[in-house]
Design a protein around this ligand. Structure first.
Ligand code: AP5
Length: 216
């Protein structure tokens, strides 16, 4: 059984790689960003989620931890999972330790200039969640999802002001997790040094790490 955390700044490729790894590993990708976006119309917590997500700030720990706990209880997560975007604070990492154990943390190390270019050109499918990029991972037909034919959209938090805020928050709140997991001996870093590196190349590197660690 393999339980993986994808750690990295916004735009590092967590979702892009996790969704390519999941079918190879036969386990689900669990993205807290997607879980929260799916709850934006919830009468109780939707308003809070919208306020934090749209400005690029972190949604309060209690809401995120509850959403993750519920998701991990589903049957498909019983044989392992890939966490995309969780944990993002030391408090969340400690809460996760009380819920389950993690085998490996893949730390995606990507220079800031690449991140900014990638996020401002990202488009997503609002129906099936497929991630595209207008520079390097274009859909076959302009602005239309290859998989389901839906018109692609830009996320509200991929606008320049929100990108700046998300990077600032990453450095303040999430980056300390690198040392947290290094000390536990489960952190493995995958570095990106060029913007046009094909996702498959990075996914192969991650799969090799999982093999070396005898997790698959
Ligand atoms: P979330 O949806 O998790 O966003 P994020 O962490 O900011 O990460 P992104 O989805 O922006 O980036 P990514 O690393 O997945 O990159 P991607 O693969 O898309 O969270 C959104 C918000 O929800 C947060 O700001 C917060 O408000 C809230 N939230 C979520 N989790 C939370 C938590 N735990 N606690 C509190 N709040 C939480 O790639 C980026 C682009 O690069 C794409 O366009 C992709 O196509 C492109 N690309 C091109 N070439 C490549 C390549 N070779 N590799 C990777 N990507 C490539």
């Amino acid at each position: 059984m393999v339980k993986v955390i994808m750690l990295g700044p916004p735009g590092a490729g967590k979702g892009t790689y996790a969704t390519r790894m999941a079918p190879k590993l036969g386990i689900p990708t669990i993205s807290t960003g997607d879980l929260l976006r799916a709850a934006r119309d919830d009468p109780e917590i939707g308003g809070i989620i919208r306020k934090y997500q749209d400005s690029g700030e972190l949604v309060p720990d209690e809401i995120v931890i509850n959403a993750l706990k519920k998701r991990l209880e589903k049957d498909d997560a019983k044989n392992g999972f890939i966490l995309d975007g969780f944990p993002r604070t030391i408090e969340q990492a400690k809460a996760l330790e009380g819920i389950t154990n993690i085998n490996v943390v893949i730390n995606l190390d990507v220079p800031e200039e690449i991140i900014i270019k990638r996020l401002s050109s990202r488009r997503i499918c609002p129906k099936c969640g497929t991630i595209y990029n207008l520079l390097y991972l274009k859909p076959k037909v302009d602005e239309i999802c290859d998989k389901c034919g839906t018109k692609l959209i830009q996320r509200d938090d991929d606008k320049p002001e929100a990108i700046k805020e998300r990077l600032k928050i990453y450095h303040e709140k999430t980056e300390p997790l690198i040392d947290f997991y290094k000390e536990k001996g489960i952190l493995m870093t995958v570095t990106t040094d060029r913007i046009d590196v094909p996702p498959e190349e990075q996914v192969d590197k991650i799969m090799s790490i999982l093999k070396e660690k005898k997790l698959i």
